[in-house]
Design a protein around this ligand. Structure first.
Ligand code: ZN
Length: 508
């Protein structure tokens, strides 16, 4: 989910605002969806045989790619991931793999801790925040709730370490998709979504969205409002994070922030609030390094009979092992790359460009940079197909910490440009190869661009898009491990993606 362009995307983070805007758009969503299904039946016939790899092959790519504890932008682990992707492209018969450097600041935390009255409390660093040095900062704690203007009126945070709650919006996904049908097309052949299904959007920190600086921070941004009032550090409680995890990697906007910050898990947070309310002192330590570095976009071209482009993308970076985010996305790009390279040229009317981009966790800078650097490709792109976090298992929180599998597949959405042929592509593909629990929703559901790794391409070049993405609870934490991949879903997902490409290939 993209955070680099908060202002452009217009995400307010408030559940009520989002739901009101969805309700207002229902009539046009229903009408467009109906037209798409009608048009889908009149689309030209397309190729039926695309030799997709089997589940073992796709899973072996996920395993091979996710061999390091993380693939954070610009780190040795991140570079290893880039090289691995480049090697796979070469292995698939592309001697000319493009590797475009994208300069960044590489921020690495080496040590962090929170100690209150001499007692250690579990914590995790807030990425890209200020370092304290080995001695840390020592100051009284002060609790500010969620940090509204009223909260800040009641307390003086100058010279103190702020403790604040970070809420996430909760979407009534079952009601939205099954009852009021707030989508163009809904696919759920195994009836995995229930009317009562809900989903915390735990990449939307309502009062710390990201993408802003001290100068342009929203009034409800608790980090920046604390900083501006002279706080010396901040402890952010993941109030709504299921599973009591504190390993939250965000905001990943690529913007450096001066005040040191730590994430605190929900249950530890309850204790910390009590300690803060009684004015206890704490020592917050965050050590690490911040230096100029580089990450890389890795991409190849499979020429077709024309130079019109179908652009297929995902991203290679990840905050932790990243089996689902985005081991699964990268493996699906490779699956299409391998399959379509085996289709004879005369059956490929359009050119395919496969991009595994960098720095989704750096404000989606890889996607933005690719679109700016390759305007020629973007001008020829008739559809952008971005695939992320597909085939991840759904999990629920376990009391005491961690997650339990629910036995279902995590809900996914397809951010779809409301162009009749793009909508019809999705409708037809889902009719032929129904995907488990997915909903095609407007590309601008939450703002002008999809909140996914597609946003850089869409914002820079305005290309039509199908951005297929899932958001299980473990995406930004240490639990995004290989066991979260539902291997039975890998080939069906590849089939649905291949179907969309086939339809676009056959279109005039
Ligand atoms: Zn992703």
């Amino acid at each position: 989910m993209d955070e680099g362009k908060r202002v452009e995307s217009g995400i307010s983070g408030r559940t009520s605002d989002t739901i009101v805007s969805i309700l207002k758009r229902l009539p046009s969503i229903w009408l467009d969806g109906h037209r798409a299904r009608k048009l889908a039946s009149r689309l030209p016939p397309c190729l039926d045989n695309v030799p997709l790899p089997d589940a073992d092959t796709i899973y072996s790519w996920i395993k091979g790619f996710c061999a390091t504890p993380h693939r954070r932008p610009g780190t040795p682990e991140g570079h290893r991931g880039e090289q691995w992707v480049a090697e796979r492209f070469r292995e698939l018969g592309f001697p000319d793999v493009h590797v475009d450097p994208v300069p960044i600041t590489v921020w690495t935390a080496s040590k962090w801790s929170l100690s209150v009255e001499g007692k250690e409390m579990p914590s995790f660093f807030v990425v890209n925040t200020g370092f304290t040095g080995a001695g840390g900062v020592s100051a009284p704690l002060v609790y500010v709730g969620t940090g509204t203007a009223r909260d800040f009126k009641r307390v003086d945070v100058a010279g103190k370490i702020v403790v604040a709650d970070i809420p996430f919006p909760k979407m009534p996904t079952g009601v939205l998709m099954k009852l009021i049908h707030a989508c163009y097309t809904f696919s759920d052949p195994n009836h995995e979504l229930h009317l009562r299904s809900t989903q915390y959007l735990n990449f939307v920190r309502q009062n710390f969205i990201g993408g802003s600086t001290a100068e342009d921070a929203p009034a409800n941004d608790v980090y920046w409002q604390s900083f501006k009032r002279g706080a010396v550090g901040i402890c952010l409680i993941l109030r709504d994070q299921p599973g009591n995890s504190n390993t939250h990697y965000g905001p990943y906007d690529g913007l450096m922030k001066p005040m040191p910050g730590l994430w605190i898990a929900n249950e530890d947070g309850a204790q910390l609030k009590t300690l803060a309310r009684s004015g206890n002192a704490a020592r917050l330590t965050l050590e690490g390094s911040s230096e100029p570095g580089v990450m890389h976009n890795v991409w190849v071209v499979l020429p077709g009979r024309s130079d019109e482009v179908i652009l297929v993308t995902s991203h290679h970076d990840s905050p932790f092992q990243g089996a689902v985010e985005d081991g699964t996305g990268v493996a699906q790009v490779l699956a299409q790359c391998r399959a379509w390279s085996q289709v004879p040229l005369e059956q490929r009317p359009k050119t395919l460009v496969f991009v595994v981009d960098a720095g989704h966790f750096y404000g989606s800078l890889g996607g933005h940079t690719f679109a700016r650097q390759h305007k020629d490709i973007m001008a020829r792109t008739r559809i952008l197909l971005t695939v992320e976090h597909l085939g991840g298992k759904e999990v629920a929180a376990v009391v005491g910490g961690g997650y339990a599998e629910t036995g279902r597949l995590a809900l996914t959405v397809m951010f779809t440009t409301p162009d009749p042929l793009v909508l019809a592509t999705v409708a037809r593909a889902l009719e032929k190869k129904p995907a488990r629990t997915t909903a095609s929703i407007p590309a601008n559901f939450f703002g002008p661009a999809p909140i996914s790794d597609a946003c850089g391409y869409v914002i820079e070049a305005g290309v039509p898009v199908i951005s297929w993405i899932g958001c299980p609870y473990y995406l930004l934490d240490q639990y995004d491990t290989l066991d979260k991949v539902d291997t039975t879903a890998l080939v069906p997902i590849a089939e649905t993606i291949a179907e969309m490409i086939k339809i676009q290939m056959a279109m005039k």
